[in-house]
Design a protein around this ligand. Structure first.
Ligand code: NAP
Ligand code: MG
Length: 402
């Protein structure tokens, strides 16, 4: 069989622990035999990040700007325990945070659906993609706990010395105060990423805030989206046959539950944090959640939504058998390959990505699956296999399709 050619590179970012093991298996069994894999490799494994003082993460981020497509394995975000475990020079920052700071943009998360694993919400038939604005609000808030009576004020001093002052509350007892902010530039790029991704995936876009209560803060989000949509995307949406729809966050929650899915739900930072866990849990397994970072100027970074699956890795190190699910990591690769094919006009690469995804779904629907899915499975008695055998089963399904 001749391998499928790949004209341009994708940025490959290796990672840590169990997902690093899966990464190599996926390449060896599902990619290299079929595709002239053309990647620029960056080792974001914690050991090499430490050796390079995290320079490798910055280099990978810059490389994504150059090639526009990246695929990333899950990586450890160090904490005190990891500093000790890996004898680190420093508690390096989250690679995802670093890359997001370089590329800007929004993270979109969507579940992979299979027959036999039914969403907890019975009318959900298609994936719901959550787009979470990952900047500011309560995550960058400044808080005070006041024990005494007193006046809380909101003060803004402009660079030319103009002062705006408002009373928040005259406290007759102790209490709590919080100051939040966001930036026009960040809200605008959030909007561009969402509209771009909706067009890219041909799905409706929903957005919701609490603008009736938050008449300046949330209103700014609402108006920014509306403005950008009218000016730059309305015609493109009409052409693609998709819609932009704004409503209040509580109304959105009710509509999401009643819907059959199949759209993108853009959320402010906190709403996205909460709702993405709700949506992913209701769809089934974390191991089936895909994730892509879309930057406003058209760079795409694909990964699995889950982490490095540490608990399985420690078992693997002891020589025990592990049944870690590689599906979200495989879909990170197919997402990147399909995008590469699309940008370069290489249909064969796009078709291969579709087939590999179908091979994963068909294998599961045929009753061969990993342990995490066994508990959710509603079909005939499944064959529960280890990671390697699962990947080999997917390869067999794929070969029969090619
Ligand atoms: P995790 O790796 O997502 O795993 C949490 C648990 O979810 C696992 O113990 C496992 O449950 C289940 N699980 C997740 N993915 C699975 C898969 N593919 N197949 C089967 N089961 C799966 O989260 P964590 O344990 O909190 O974090 C581990 C490390 O990952 C941390 O160092 C963290 O910094 C890092 N992390 C990285 C990213 C990223 O790079 N994007 C994201 C999140 C976390 P059972 O043990 O019950 O089987
Ligand atoms: Mg969360």
């Amino acid at each position: 069989m001749t391998k499928i050619p790949m004209k341009n590179k994708i940025v490959e970012m290796d990672g840590d622990e169990m997902t690093r093991i899966l990464w190599q298996m996926i390449k060896d069994e599902l990619l290299i035999p079929f595709v002239e894999l053309n990647t620029e490799y960056y080792d974001l494994g914690l050991k090499y990040r430490d050796e390079t003082n995290d320079q490798v993460t910055f280099d990978a981020g810059e490389a994504i700007k150059k090639y526009h497509v990246g695929v990333k394995c899950a990586t450890i975000t160090p904490n005190a325990q990891r500093v000790e475990e890996y004898n680190l020079k420093e508690m390096w920052k989250s690679p995802n945070g670093t890359i997001r700071a370089i590329l800007d943009g929004t993270v979109f998360r969507a579940p992979v659906l299979v027959n036999g694993i039914n969403p907890a919400v019975k009318n959900w038939k298609k994936p719901i993609t959550i787009a979470r604005h990952a900047y500011g609000d309560v995550y960058k808030a400044t808080e005070i706990r006041n024990e005494k009576k007193g006046k809380a004020e909101l003060v803004f001093t402009s660079e030319d010395g103009e002062v705006t002052r408002q009373t928040i509350y005259d406290f007759e007892c102790g209490g709590v105060i919080q100051g939040q902010y966001n930036k026009d530039s960040s809200i605008e790029s959030f909007a561009h990423s969402c509209f771009t991704y909706a067009l890219d995936t041909k799905q409706d876009l929903w957005f919701a805030t609490k603008d009736t209560i938050s008449k300046k803060y949330d209103q700014t989000f609402k108006l920014t989206f509306q403005d950008i949509f009218e000016k730059e995307y309305k015609a493109k949406f009409e052409e693609a046959g998709i819609e932009y729809f704004y409503t209040l966050i509580d109304d959105a929650v009710a509509r999401v539950i009643r819907s059959e899915g199949g759209y993108i739900w853009a959320c402010k930072n906190y709403d996205g944090d909460v709702m993405s866990d709700m949506v992913s849990t209701a769809f089934g397994s974390l191991a089936m959640m895909t994730s892509v970072l879309v930057s406003p100027d058209g760079n795409f970074e694909y990964e699995a939504a889950h982490g490095t699956v540490t608990r399985h890795y420690y078992r693997y190190l002891k020589g025990e058998e592990t049944s870690t699910n590689p599906v979200a990591t495989i879909f990170a690769w197919t997402g990147a390959l399909r995008k590469r094919g699309e940008l370069d006009g290489e249909t064969a690469l796009m078709e291969f990505a579709d087939k590999l995804e179908k091979a994963c779904i068909d294998t599961i629907e045929g009753g061969t699956l990993t342990k995490d899915l066994a508990g959710l499975w509603e079909g005939a008695t499944p064959t529960v296999v280890n990671s390697k055998d699962f990947i080999l089963a997917i390869r067999k399904t794929l070969e029969a399709m090619l």
